[in-house]
Design a protein around this ligand. Sequence first.
Ligand SMILES: C[S@@+](CC[C@H](N)C(=O)[O-])C[C@H]1O[C@@H](n2cnc3c(N)ncnc32)[C@H](O)[C@@H]1O
Length: 324
Amino acid sequence: MSFDGYKHIIYEGDTVILYLTITQVYCIKAETKTVNKKGTVVENVFQTPYGALKCGELIGKYYGSKISLSKGWGYVLQPTPELWTITLPHRTQIIYTPDISMIILQLELCPGSTVVESGTGSGSLSHALIRAVKPHGHLYTFDFHEARADTALEEFRDHGLANYVTVNTRDVCENGFGDDLNYKADAVFLDLPHPWLAIPHALNVLKRTGGRLCSFSPCIEQVQRSCLMLLKLGFQEIQTVEVLQTQYGVHQRHLPVLNLDFLKNEKDGSEGEKKEREVQKVVTMIPPPSMPGHTGYLTFATLPPVWARNLQITLNQNDINEAD
Ligand SMILES: C[S@@+](CC[C@H](N)C(=O)[O-])C[C@H]1O[C@@H](n2cnc3c(N)ncnc32)[C@H](O)[C@@H]1O
């Protein structure tokens, strides 16, 4: 519930982030009781590598406080889209924070923007999109998998975000985004296996004044087909990027101090005093030994305002002909 703003105290039903170590972060519900797989109501206990946690005991505690476990301790944190992304229950492949930050920047989203997304998947990106556009903007998210769309809606409600998002069950490649959304969106985001089939429908939802589109695809062949479709429909500023997050190691090193005394000695012909090489302790950054793995390519494009589109289609057609 604190996804919709900062809170001091944990209330019954809140989604809380339990932070144990940098690789052991979990999302839990501050509820005394839960229903187990057999449908029986039981005490809500979360097992951690450092002992069991009775989730009901979190109610009334301050966010950020340290909590004791039988074999260690942890911290209870406010949920954020970033922490949700690393702890959410996966129902599909998801988009991670390095790509998400590039998507929000390049789609030029801000509070008040209207954004259309498909597919919803596990709702990882959706949480970040909602935070970027609320309180006056709106996210319209589409997935043709009914159970995924329903679960995402349940989570948005549970996190107090239902006012900022509309979840639709629909095949956007076959049926588009619906006439109600025509010319309403500032931006469209696609994470689909066949994005080029949804791009013509995206054209209908973007505002008459134009807008931005992004498509996430793991394979370069998907990117090629999407780019051709974007060109054909008059999009411009088409650009594909790959976000590779690189973490530099910070280390202390002993480096020899540069001593040019020998030059002076060479000049006056003397051998000079032989000195111990002086070393100095410095803090340096070291690139990682291996590069992070590929997630996907992000293709961005701008749809020009209606009055400029026909001209742009002609220009793009020349590009396609030249490439042929
Ligand atoms: C990789 S997941 C999206 C993950 C999401 N971006 C996230 O960060 O959690 C792709 C989703 O697109 C949905 N999908 C695939 N084709 C679709 C179509 N034609 N119309 C609507 N949804 C579709 C799938 O059901 C799946 O849930």
